[in-house]
Design a binder for this molecule. Structure first.
Ligand code: PLP
Length: 404
C-alpha cells in the first residue's frame, strides 16, 4: 500500500510555502528532499555516538565504527554486491568517477587507448576522462543516439577496437530520462573483453539495481539523489578489478604501514578511503536506503512510472510543447521547451508560482549540442510527488505561456 500522504508527512520541507504558494518540488534529478528518519539518524549520531571511526579502542569509537560498517553492509545489500570489500565510500558520483578515471587510466591504459562514453553523459562522466586524455593521451569515443534519445547499439558495437579499455555510460540520462539497456551493453563490452562503469546517479533512486545481475564491473551513485545526505556516495567495483587498481589519494586509513622509505596499503575497501570518512553521512545514506527499501524499489518505480506517464500526457496538451527524450524505456525525468519561451524565463516564472524546476544545460552540454538547443526546462519526479503537483505544473506553464 503506497500511502502518499504518510510518505509526504515524512518529508517536512514539502509542507513549506515559497512566495506564499505551496512548494511543488520537481527538481529531484538535482537533489532529493530528506525524510525525517534520515535527518534524525544523523542528529542522533552527532548527539550520542560521534567519534572518529576505525582507530579508537574506546567505546564511542567502536560504536561509530560498527554503525559505519553496518552502513556499508546496507549498501552492499541494496545493490546486491558480493562483498562489502566492493563498496567504497566516496563524496558522490563525481568523486567516484574521478577516482576510477585516475586509477584505471594510470594502471590499465597507455597513450592511444580508448574509453567509450555516450552522447548523453553528464559532465562528470566526460570531463574526468578528458583530464586523463590530456595527461595520458587517452582517446574518447562517443556512442551516438537517435532523435528519440536512444543510443544506437549497432554504432556502439562498431566503436570497439583492440585499443578499447573501458566503457563508461549512464544507466539513466538526467536530461532525456532514457533508461539505457546497460545489461545488454555490458554483455557486448564483455564479449570484447572490456569492463564497464555504470553511472547510476539517476537510476539508484528510481528502480531496483542488482550489480551482479547486470554484471557491472563498476557502478557509482550519490547519496543525496536517493533521499540521503550530501557529501557521501558510492563506488562499487568487482573485487578483482579494485585489487588491480592503485590507491587514489594518500593519507590515513588507506595505509597498512608507513615508513619514509616505503608504504604498504590497506586492504579493500579502505585502500581507496584516505582520511576520515563521512561516517555520519554513511549512517544517513543507510537510513535513506532502508527508507526506500521499506517502500520497495519496484513499488516506487511503478508509482513514478505512472506519474511520469500522466505528466507526459498532460504536458503534451500544452500548445507549443516540445519534449526532449521519448525513448521506449524512460525514467521520471521530462525535459521540455514551450514555443519560443526561453527556458530560463519559464523556470523563473514557475518559481514565482512555487514550482521548483531546473533550467539550463543540466551539465550535459554535448547533449544540448546534439539536440541543437541551449537548454531545457526539466521536471524530475521523486517518490513523494503527486498528480496534483503535475496539474500545478501544467497550469503554471499555461499561465506563463499566456503572458508571452
Ligand atoms: N551523473 C548523472 C547522470 C547525474 O545526473 C549527476 C548529477 O546530476 C551526476 C552524475 C553527478 O552527481 P554528483 O553531483 O552528486 O556527484
Amino acid at each position: 500500500m503506497y500511502d502518499i500522504h504518510q510518505i509526504r508527512a515524512d518529508f517536512p520541507i514539502l509542507g513549506r510555502t515559497v512566495y506564499g504558494k505551496p512548494l511543488v518540488y520537481l527538481d529531484n534529478g538535482a537533489t532529493t528532499q530528506k525524510p525525517r528518519q534520515v535527518v534524525e539518524a544523523i542528529t542522533n549520531e552527532y548527539y550520542n555516538t560521534n567519534a572518529n571511526v576505525h582507530r579508537g579502542v574506546h567505546f564511542l569509537s567502536q560504536q561509530a565504527t560498527e554503525l559505519h560498517e553496518a552502513s556499508r553492509e546496507t549498501v552492499r545489500r541494496f545493490i546486491n554486491a558480493r562483498s562489502t570489500n566492493e563498496i567504497v565510500f566516496t563524496r558522490g558520483t563525481t568523486e567516484s568517477i574521478n577516482l576510477l578515471a585516475a586509477t584505471f587510466c594510470q594502471s590499465q591504459m597507455q597513450a592511444g587507448d580508448e574509453v567509450i562514453i555516450s552522447t548523453m553523459e553528464h559532465h562528470s562522466n566526460i570531463v574526468p576522462w578528458q583530464l586523463q586524455a590530456t595527461q595520458r593521451g587517452i582517446v574518447l569515443r562517443v556512442i551516438p543516439m537517435d532523435d528519440r534519445g536512444e543510443l544506437l547499439l549497432d554504432e556502439y558495437e562498431r566503436l570497439f577496437t583492440p585499443k578499447t579499455k573501458l566503457v563508461s555510460i549512464a544507466h539513466v540520462s538526467n536530461v532525456l530520462g532514457t533508461v539505457n539497456p546497460v545489461k545488454e551493453m555490458i554483455a557486448t563490452a564483455h564479449a570484447h573483453g572490456v569492463p564497464v562503469l555504470v553511472d547510476g546517479a539517476q537510476s539508484i533512486p528510481h528502480m531496483p539495481v542488482d550489480v551482479q545481475a547486470l554484471d557491472a564491473d563498476f557502478y557509482v551513485f550519490s547519496g543525496h539523489k536517493v533521499y540521503g545526505p550530501t557529501g557521501v556516495g558510492v563506488l562499487y567495483g568487482k573485487e578483482d578489478w579494485l585489487d588491480k587498481l592503485p590507491p587514489y589519494q594518500g593519507g590515513g586509513e588507506m595505509i597498512q604501514h608507513v615508513s619514509f622509505e616505503k608504504t604498504t596499503f590497506n586492504e579493500l575497501p579502505f585502500k581507496f578511503e584516505a582520511g576520515t570518512p563521512d561516517y555520519i553521512g554513511t549512517t544517513g545514506l543507510a537510513k535513506a536506503l532502508d527508507y526506500v527499501s521499506a517502500l520497495g524499489m519496484d513499488t516506487i518505480a511503478a508509482y513514478e512510472h505512472e506519474l511520469t506517464r500522466y505528466a507526459t500526457r498532460r504536458l503534451k496538451e500544452i500548445p507549443g510543447m516540445r519534449i526532449f527524450g521519448e525513448s521506449e524505456q524512460k525514467g521520471s525525468v521530462i525535459s521540455f521547451l514551450v514555443g519560443n519561451i526561453h527556458h530560463f524565463d519559464l523556470g523563473t516564472l514557475l518559481d514565482r508560482l512555487g514550482i521548483a524546476v531546473r533550467t539550463g544545460h543540466h551539465c550535459a552540454q554535448p547533449l544540448m549540442t546534439r539536440l541543437g538547443i541551449e537548454g531545457t526546462v526539466r521536471a524530475s519526479f521523486g517518490l513523494y510527488n503527486t498528480k496534483e503537483e503535475v496539474d500545478a505544473l501544467v497550469a503554471g506553464i499555461d499561465r506563463v505561456r499566456k503572458m508571452f
